[in-house]
Write a protein that binds this ligand. Sequence first.
Ligand SMILES: [Zn+2]
Length: 199
Amino acid sequence: MIIMIILAPYSLKVSKERRYETDCFLRSISNKYKIIRKQTEQPSEYELFINEYWQQDDIIILEHDLVPTEKDLEELIKCKYYICSFNYYLYQCSTLLKYPVIANRKIIYINNLINYEWIKETDDFCDLSSLGFIKINKEIQYRIDLKEIINNSIKRKNIKYDNSIQSSGINFDYNLSNEFFKLNKPIHIHHKLIKHNHA
Ligand SMILES: [Zn+2]
């Protein structure tokens, strides 16, 4: 057993068909990795789930409709960087854009204000990662008070969620990435596009 916790949040609001390949993948590696699955329908459930395992070990998050291969997983685990994310597309149903974009963004400043720009497939680092398939090293976890981030985000009642898959972590990914940014730890990008069953 490789000591690497894979946290696999999923939502029943996402159809079985969309989750099927991810389920198969998780089953196929279940004899080698410690996989913890959790049904999370509300944003805070997702965040509290991650918090339960925070600072225990290196963590990989795999959300319910991303389909990596075992080789991709091994690549993520072996990589020397503290925080790593694979590329995958977000489609119109999530972004309202007519073209697919990579689910990772970088910070750009426009008139001294922070803006986020979708990265290109060839970019090696980003500042804001969607949490679809990401590794967070334990050492970094020790430097982030996740509970405080969660409490702050729960307090901000003005944040709007909808039922789409992205929304379960839409606020959390910003907040978490912001902590990485403050620690000056950009997120390393693995270029291969992971299949995302959400088109
Ligand atoms: Zn990496």
